[in-house]
Design a protein around this ligand. Structure first.
Ligand SMILES: [Zn+2]
Length: 245
């Protein structure tokens, strides 16, 4: 488990950025994790989040998580950052998370890491929802418990089935990329093939058991949140609150 680093600092009021950096005036204790830089890009008609993760601002390589649509605008952004695509990670293989994988991989020469449990959809270019995507045979398959070290960052792979059967999340330095398992105020749908409500709830429970509440959740859709915030406020997690996790 990664322990947060704690700094004591004095800040002016600069507003509320996101779950990770709520800043106030005066002396206070700010709890931050290591300085990963996470940028999100909303892609395509399903408005899915594609994440660009760098070990630090100015890093020459970036990890791209779930490029779900045409990656051309993303590549322009990356060029503007001065970063090349060092790796492509896939949480699950629904169309809005893999729609841009082949184009980005082939356009950049980057390798792809995809979950073993549902890699066939990416290989075959046909998702469980019956959607066609450009196929790509990923260079690596991952399972829960694996560690993926790319672009100077080590991601732990966590099995989080429920929205889909082979869904994984990636965790690095207090940042959890949760795909369509858990959203701010909601959870992923479970009505497609491989989806299961009890399994989803068990996966969320395992995250709450396994990671600090301050862990920042970067979901597949919508804004970032934290595990603690979702435990306290997410209406779909009422049963977990009752359990007293
Ligand atoms: Zn999905």
């Amino acid at each position: 488990m990664v322990e947060p680093k704690v700094w004591k600092r004095r800040f002016a009021i600069v507003g509320f950025d996101d779950a990770a950096s709520i800043r106030t005036a005066g002396d206070y204790t700010q709890t931050l994790f290591m300085a990963l830089v996470v940028d999100s890009f909303v892609m395509g008609p399903f408005q899915s989040n594609c994440y660009v993760v760098r070990s630090e601002r100015g890093a020459g390589e970036a990890v791209v998580i779930d490029p779900g649509d045409d990656p051309t605008p993303l590549r322009l952004e990356l060029a503007g950052m001065g970063a090349r695509t060092g790796a492509i990670l896939v949480t699950h293989t629904d169309v809005d998370h893999i729609g841009g994988v082949a184009a980005l991989a082939e356009g950049t020469g980057s390798e792809v890491w995809a979950p073993s449990g549902e890699v066939d959809a990416l290989k075959n270019g046909l998702t469980r929802g019956g959607m066609r995507v450009a196929p790509h045979d990923p260079e690596h398959v991952v399972n829960g418990g694996d560690a993926v070290s790319v672009a100077g960052i080590t991601f732990d792979v966590v099995d989080v089935p429920g929205h889909s059967a082979g869904h994984v999340a990636f965790h690095a330095d207090g940042h959890l990329f949760s795909g369509d398992l858990l959203f701010a105020g909601s959870v992923g749908r479970v009505d497609l093939a491989g989806g299961d409500w009890d399994t989803l709830l068990a996966s969320v429970r395992s995250l709450l058991d396994g990671f600090p509440g301050a862990t920042i959740v970067h979901p597949g859709h919508g804004p970032a949140t934290t595990l603690e915030r979702e435990l306290q406020t997410n209406p779909f997690l009422r049963d977990l609150r009752t359990e007293g996790i």
